[in-house]
Design a protein around this ligand. Structure first.
Ligand code: SF4
Length: 503
């Protein structure tokens, strides 16, 4: 073996699809290529030691790193140490975090080569040159995008252990035709589908090997309805054939495009089988126009309502605070509008400036101040000052703990009352004052603090205890105006989603 592909995943459960694509497409070098994944948080020296063990055992000479926003800092340390202890190792970088504005990056300066963009054909070409000459003259190699049919699908590289223990990422298409300026996919300008039959054959084989949890990374699953329907039908067939051994599939949707045929298919899924991640980001039309996001807000709201009322899918809906031109009042109104639609989870994200994204054009006119360190979170805008952005950050964290966790299903509506944003912000400010922390708050302590807050708002001790103990008992709390939902039976849904579906 002469080539090692490596990355630091955000969690052990995330199996890297990118590395597997690269390995699958190494062609004549495939047999000479191995993967070694790590998880962020590991000691730099331990990672370097393990990488070097490959060199000692099998003579690895090239190490390729997949660099992402979540691992750039740690990967930089690994590359720096590797270059000190084994300067003869050739380091090649790739991945979205080093594909744009890379000249100034320390990791790029430390590495020997960089492949920007798609690496499927460019990485093996580069490795061939490194191994057999002539020595590549350029350090930076712009990834060539091959026809989709030329890309070898990587799914057979998921091991039986991956299938049994990790989330399997899959993609039926790459790219996105929309141009939301905060998003890296805006640079794609279009989407490229893989041949559907070949893709579904790979899904069939994964399913036959025991895979039950499929996470689609397609940026807009419902772009081509005919394709979406075929993929959904694949899962419906699996559910019909194996009702006691169900599948769970996760897709990202654009919210304002849900034709009837798609709705009919979605409505057939039992609880615990389907999850949609839906980007709303902002309900403010002026902000949407500023960041070039095309979205019919009324249609989007109507579709989310339909999904909550007529389907059993688990909904995770995204909002972003800190977009140019959006003040707290506008964000609050969008948040309240979304809470009223009652999705299972609201991801309260804070804007990040991803390298290469066009949002930078608003920096001066809208006073955008970003943290210079990954993940480049927004610190202030002309509409939201730094202390307020800090409060929003804490709101986001506490929202995950209290709302998205599903642990306070009965208590949450009381906490939110008629003004969800304002009430939760008041709770968040108070909670931070009490704890001076946003992490490591044990569930028992959090429940005690939620109870204390409710009593401060005038709720009686007995009423507080009653509602909190109902939550502790895990009793269902589906809102009264939504139809009852069947409990997911033997569902493959992850625990947190299953908790929401019984609520
Ligand atoms: S936010 Fe979603 S719809 Fe917009 S460009 Fe990115 S992937 Fe496409």
């Amino acid at each position: 073996m002469t080539i090692l592909l490596s990355t630091l995943n955000a969690r052990y459960s995330h199996a890297s699809l990118g590395l597997r694509y690269l390995q699958a497409n190494m062609s004549d070098l495939r047999e000479a290529t191995q993967l070694h994944e790590f998880v962020i948080g590991a000691k730099t020296a331990d990672i370097v030691e393990k990488l070097l063990a490959h060199k000692a055992e099998t003579g690895v000479t090239i190490v390729g790193f997949g660099v992402y926003i979540w691992n750039i800092e740690e990967t930089t340390k690994v590359v720096a140490m590797l270059k000190r202890v084994a300067p003869d190792m050739v380091i090649v970088l790739g991945g979205p975090e080093v594909s744009y504005e890379s000249a100034e990056q320390q990791i790029v300066q430390l590495a020997d080569y960089l492949v920007t963009g798609w690496g499927d054909v460019t990485l093996p070409q580069l490795c061939r040159q490194i191994l057999h000459g002539p020595k590549p003259l350029m350090k930076v190699h712009a990834g060539v995008q091959p026809p989709m049919a030329d890309i070898v699908l990587p799914y057979s590289l998921y091991s039986d252990h991956d299938i049994a223990h990790r989330t399997l990422y899959v993609e039926a298409s790459r790219g996105c035709p929309f141009k939301c300026e905060f998003c890296l996919s805006a640079l794609d300008k279009t989407a490229w589908p893989f041949a559907l039959d070949a893709f579904l054959a790979e899904m069939e084989s994964l399913h036959a090997r025991g895979a039950r949890l499929f996470k689609f990374v397609d940026r807009t699953f419902n772009l081509n309805v005919k394709t979406s329907l075929k993929i959904l039908q694949f899962f419906l067939d699996k559910l019909a054939a194996n009702p006691d051994d169900p599948v769970f599939a996760h897709f990202e949707l654009v919210p304002d495009h849900l034709p009837d045929a798609l709705k009919e298919s979605i409505a057939q899924f039992p609880p615990g089988a389907l999850q949609f991640e839906i980007g709303i980001q902002s309900f403010n039309p002026e902000v949407q126009a500023l960041v070039s996001r095309r979205q019919n807000n009324e249609k989007a709201a109507e579709n989310i309502r339909w999904l909550m009322q007529q389907s059993q899918a688990h909904l995770h809906v995204d909002l972003i605070a800190g977009l140019p031109g959006e003040d707290v009042a506008s964000f609050a109104s969008g948040f309240d509008r979304l809470v009223a639609l009652q999705p299972h989870e609201i991801q309260f994200g804070i804007l990040k400036r991803l390298r290469g994204t066009p949002i930078i054009r608003h920096t001066e006119p809208y006073g955008l101040v970003f943290d210079p360190h990954p993940p480049y979170t927004i610190l202030a805008t002309s509409k939201i000052d730094f202390p307020t952005m800090q409060r929003l950050q804490r709101f986001s964290r506490y929202w995950d703990l209290v709302a998205n966790s599903g642990r306070f299903a009965h208590t949450l509506p009381i906490l939110l009352g008629d003004s969800p944003f304002a009430n939760f912000m008041a709770f968040s400010d108070w909670l931070y004052g009490k704890t001076d922390a946003t992490h490591r708050i044990a569930l028992d302590r959090l429940a005690g603090l939620v109870g204390q807050w409710l009593r401060l708002q005038g709720m009686s001790e007995s009423a507080v205890n009653a509602v909190l103990s109902t939550d502790y008992a895990g009793k269902p709390a589906r809102p009264a105006d939504l139809p009852p939902m069947a409990k997911p039976d033997a569902a493959a849904a992850p625990k947190r989603q299953a908790r929401h579906l019984t609520h």
